[in-house]
Design a protein around this ligand. Structure first.
Ligand SMILES: Nc1ncnc2c1ncn2[C@@H]1O[C@H](COP(=O)(O)OP(=O)(O)O)[C@@H](O)[C@H]1O
Ligand SMILES: [Mg+2]
Length: 232
């Protein structure tokens, strides 16, 4: 479904990604693991057209999407949950969701009712201004907002970062339920435990280079790689 081939991405003069390749098939949750500053968010931003790569190829459902704008990619069915959990602070929870609604061929399997079933905690605070939410509530809201666009591929950038264990459990469970529904997700994470619970295949990125590709089970047993690229 998604194929990233040897991309090179820069911020101005800084060369950040060095020939990153990865792929995600339909129905898979694939994780992109790596320490802080390894290049996870830059990879997500490269795919989403926010920081387009200067070299390499990205294809989505067989079409080359390099150079497309973020809104065009959203229209093509790519949902993106950025690492900064940006919400419209002055809008209520409900309005944040409503303005993201996108129907495909008149169908919207994800709508206000279904996202509130998905995150009941949001329903209880639907009238509250998003600027007043806790970190966990904001994360639920950004995920719910991405779901409202009825994406076929979801890019999730460190959804559990900095959140309390109880919230992490809820998010893990709900992301897991997406997998069970056959959703396709690329998940950036630092947390191997979360990744292990959610995905079976993963990549490790370090200093802008993919260093490992394989099953997360193998990673769990491979202390050398874990120590080299994951533990701080
Ligand atoms: N806007 C930016 N301008 C310049 N350098 C950046 C910018 N954003 C990130 N970087 C640098 O790019 C590298 C990769 O960052 P990032 O992709 O955010 O890593 P991760 O998401 O894995 O923590 C880091 O060295 C970081 O300092
Ligand atoms: Mg990041």
């Amino acid at each position: 479904m998604l194929e990233v081939e040897k991309i090179h991405t820069y911020y101005g003069m800084s060369h950040i990604l060095f020939g990153v390749s990865l792929n995600v098939s339909k129905g898979e949750i694939v994780c992109l693991l790596g320490r802080n500053g390894a290049g996870k968010s830059t990879t997500m931003r490269s795919i989403m057209g926010l920081t387009p790569p200067r070299q390499g190829k990205i294809s989505y459902k067989g079409n080359n999407i390099a150079g497309k704008k973020p809104y065009q990619l959203a229209k093509l069915g790519i949902g993106y949950v950025p690492d900064d959990r940006r919400v419209f602070a002055d809008l209520t929870v409900k309005d944040n969701l409503k303005i993201s609604e996108r129907k495909i061929n008149g169908k919207n399997s994800w709508n206000i009712e279904t996202v509130f079933e998905f995150f009941p905690a949001l329903k209880k605070i639907d009238f509250r201004k998003a600027g007043f939410l806790s970190g966990g509530e904001q994360q639920m809201l950004t995920i719910a907002r991405a779901l409202m666009t009825n994406p076929e591929l979801l890019l999730l950038d460190e959804p559990t970062e900095g959140l309390a264990p109880m919230i992490i459990k809820i998010l893990e469970k709900q992301i897991g339920s997406l997998r069970d529904k056959g959703f396709t997700v690329l998940l950036a994470e630092q947390n191997l435990t979360v990744s292990l619970n959610l995905s079976n295949r993963g990549y490790i990125i370090d200093n802008g280079v993919i260093r490992y590709h394989g099953s997360v089970e193998d990673l769990k047993d491979n202390e050398e790689i874990r120590r080299k690229y994951l533990l701080v």
